[in-house]
Each structure stands twice: as C-alpha cells, then as structure tokens.
Design a protein around this ligand. Structure first.
Ligand SMILES: [Zn+2]
Length: 263
C-alpha cells in the first residue's frame, strides 16, 4: 500500500512538473518566438549549459542562439556564467534557467489572463450579443440596433447569441486558469521556503562566526592580561629583591663602618 501511494505521489509530482514546463514553454513562445521553445527542455533541471551545445541541439547558429538567450535574460528567465577559452581567447557562456523567476513571470501572466477572462465573462453576462449565422459575425446590442438587426454583409437577420453556452465555456476556462495559478503558486511558495531557509542558515552561520570571534578576542584579552600580570609580578619581585640586596649592602656597610669606628 505504502509503495503504491509513493508511486502515485511521484506521478503527481511529474505531472505537475510537466504542466509547469508546458506553461513555461507557452510563455517563452509569447515572449520570444517558437524557435525559443525547445530551449526550455534543454535547460530545465540542468545547470550551466554550454551555449555551443545549445546551438547545436536547436539547429541554430551561435548568434541566433545568443539572441534568444539574451532576450530571455532580459526577462530574468535565464542567467549565465562565462569562461574564457584560453586557446581561442574568447568567452564561452553557460546558461541556466532561473526557475523561481520563471514561475513569478508565469504567475503574473496567468493572473493577467484571468482578469481578462473575468472581464469578458462580466460583459457576456451583462450585455446582449447578436450574431449573423451566415457570416459568423457577432455584434453587441448597440451595433445591432444601429444596423437595424440586419447584417450589412449579407442582409441576413441577426439572431440573439447563445450566451449561456459561452458563459459556461468561459466559466470552465476561468476554473482551469485558476487551477494553473494555484499550481504555480504552490511551486513559488516552495522556492520561497528554500530561499528563506538558506537565508536563515546564512544568518545563523554569521551569528556563530561572530560569537566565535568574540570568544576568541575575549580569550586573547585574558591571555594578554595574564601575561601582563605575570610581567608586573616579575618586575615587582625583581624590584623587591633588588631592595633586599641594597638593604643587605647598607647593613653590611654599616657594620663595616661600625667595625672601623671600633678600630
Ligand atoms: Zn451576414
């Protein structure tokens, strides 16, 4: 049983991933062109892909490939690292898909589309439309009125559009879009958690390093203090010993003087 559910989970994850990649492809097509679409497969789940291998796999020249990649990087969808080819003396670029940025862009696009669909639905609900079934041309009520409910192309009579069906269709599309946004949003949250965690780790590490530094400096200070104390003790000892010697000397001298006096 457990095995089965695990397998199912993996399957769900894979469908999610595929769906995400499909969405990303449609965005890339919209932003750049159809030629750029296979790039997503080439870059997804890889890092630092050599641009010459990309060009070869896409069947494009290096300049065409770079143009596409530059466009995508303008949107923050890809980023690069570069390395100088020591033999040829020029730079080779290595490209990586920015998954997080792609998802943000994707969500933005889908939300705009959703707004559009919602507006269309609202208009559809509030306005009557008329259609010429011969020419398949639809007009709003105002235009129909101006045309005296007759098609200017074929002089056929307008009939009322079947709004119910269109409204139903529109509602379905909106639900589909909402589900897509939900999916993308879930992925974005995962990335944000990852980012937050790595930030947390960084902060913790910095705090640890600071603590270590403070402890080290405290230890060093202690050691220096000890040294200084030892030094001053030694100096004191030397001084007192010197004094003793001087005292002894003066005592001796006095004795001698006394002896001399006696003589
Ligand atoms: Zn017509």
């Amino acid at each position: 049983m457990a095995k089965k559910s695990k397998k199912k989970k993996i399957e769900i994850l894979e469908t999610k991933r595929t769906k995400e990649i499909e969405l990303l492809k449609s965005i890339v097509e919209e932003l750049v062109n159809k030629q750029a679409v296979p790039l997503i497969d080439l870059l997804s789940e890889k890092k630092a892909v050599n641009e010459f291998s990309i060009a070869e796999k896409l069947g494009l020249t290096i300049n065409q490939t770079r143009n596409i990649l530059y466009k995508l990087s303008d949107f923050g969808l890809v980023s690069f690292t570069r390395k100088k080819d020591k033999r040829k003396g020029w730079y080779i670029y290595f490209w990586t898909l920015n998954s997080y940025q792609s998802l943000i862009l994707l969500k933005d696009k889908l939300e705009k589309k959703l707004e559009e669909l919602k507006n269309q639905l609202k208009v559809r609900r509030e306005t009557r439309f008329y259609v010429c079934n011969t020419c398949s041309i639809e007009v709003d009520e105002e235009t129909a009125l101006i045309n005296n409910f007759t098609c200017p192309e074929c002089e056929g009579v307008y009939t009322l559009s079947k709004n119910d069906e269109l409204i139903k269709e529109s509602g379905k599309n909106i639900d589909k879009l909402k589900a897509e946004i939900h999916l993308v949003d879930g992925e974005i949250k995962k990335y944000q958690e990852k980012i937050d965690k790595s930030k947390e780790r960084k902060i913790k590490k910095e705090e640890k390093d600071k603590k270590k530094k403070r402890e080290l400096s405290r230890e060093t200070k202690k050691l220096e203090l000890k040294k200084a104390l030892k030094k001053s003790e030694k100096e004191k000892r030397i001084k007192s010993e010197k004094k003793k010697i001087v005292k002894k000397k003066t005592k001796r001298n006095k004795k001698r003087k006394n002896k001399k006096k006696k003589i």
